[in-house]
Design a protein around this ligand. Structure first.
Ligand code: SAH
Length: 267
């Protein structure tokens, strides 16, 4: 990374830079992110940020893994992460808070930014390439496609099991006129599929699961909404994965150049 030209100012002391790391492939870091990573004093990163990106850090940069260590186990509490960012910035360090994908897409980046502002710490937000778009794309699935989907919804598949009722409007989601992209949903694939079909989404709707999208470890599962739960179980595909539900899954082969152009493309 030291060979990169400085295309933007370096990380600043006393500032928290809230940076999206992109979906996994280091090539999908933004140039701003690369500059900040090369010039930070401390990088506080999520568990999902791949080693290939952390390997780019100069050896002089301190790094702290602040994400949850594994699903279901305790990691850093959100307020402890925010407190660390504030304390390090107050100590005059150039702090990068590195989050997978985009910091504001199911990343709790908003909470961290607000916490820092309330403590009087300046925050720079650096958007990232979100896995919600990039993981499907890496599998050849466009989240919108003319004639197939003119809208896309990003939905959390991870709800607090202690919540008395779902916070999601399942009838609204089932009726949504476009692509549904669920993040953090692979453990709850059965519940997601059940709810959508129960509320009227056609069980024959194409569905895909993309794990570790954009990385060398990428895995893809192509199925239908009706078969999603059983195929997830059978294949063993696990987190981190993005679930795509909608007709856009059909153009995958054509986009990859593997098959004749489907009808919808001919319009
Ligand atoms: N802020 C992140 C999302 C954080 S939630 C972003 O914008 O991408 C974490 C979830 O993102 C994971 O459970 C998974 O659903 C998804 N995810 C992250 N990286 C992924 C990848 N490389 N491939 C597929 N899904 C991924």
């Amino acid at each position: 990374m030291t060979g990169l030209p400085w295309l933007s100012p370096p990380a600043r002391r006393g500032v928290v830079h809230l940076v999206g790391a992109g979906p996994g492939d280091p090539g999908l870091l933004t140039l701003r992110a690369a500059t900040l990573l090369a010039t930070a004093d401390l990088v506080a990163h999520d568990r999902l940020v791949p080693g290939a990106i952390l390997d780019l850090l100069p050896p002089t940069v301190d790094r702290v893994a602040v994400g949850k260590p594994a699903p279901g186990t305790c990691g850093w509490r959100q307020d402890a992460i925010s407190d660390l960012l504030v304390a390090e910035a107050r100590a005059g360090r150039a702090v990068v808070r590195l989050k997978g994908g985009d910091p504001f897409v199911f990343g709790r980046g908003g909470e961290e930014a607000i916490h820092c502002h309330q403590a009087g710490i300046e925050v720079e937000v650096v958007p990232g390439v979100t896995s919600a778009v990039a993981a499907p794309a890496a599998a050849g699935i466009p989240v919108t496609h003319r004639g197939l989907a003119s809208a896309v919804a990003f939905v959390t598949g991870h709800e607090d099991p202690d919540k008395p009722a779902s916070q999601l409007d399942w009838s609204g989601l089932a009726a949504f006129p476009g692509t549904l992209v669920f993040l953090m949903g692979v453990h709850h694939a059965a519940r997601i599929a059940d709810q959508l079909v129960l509320h009227g989404r056609d069980a024959t709707t194409p569905a895909a699961v993309v794990r570790w999208g954009t990385t060398a470890r990428q895995q893809e599962l192509i199925t239908t909404l009706g078969d999603l739960a059983v195929d997830v179980l059978r294949s063993g595909i696990a987190s981190p994965a993005t679930i795509v539900i909608g007709d856009v899954v059909r153009v995958r082969d054509a986009i990859r150049g593997h098959a004749p152009v489907v009808d919808a493309l001919a319009h």
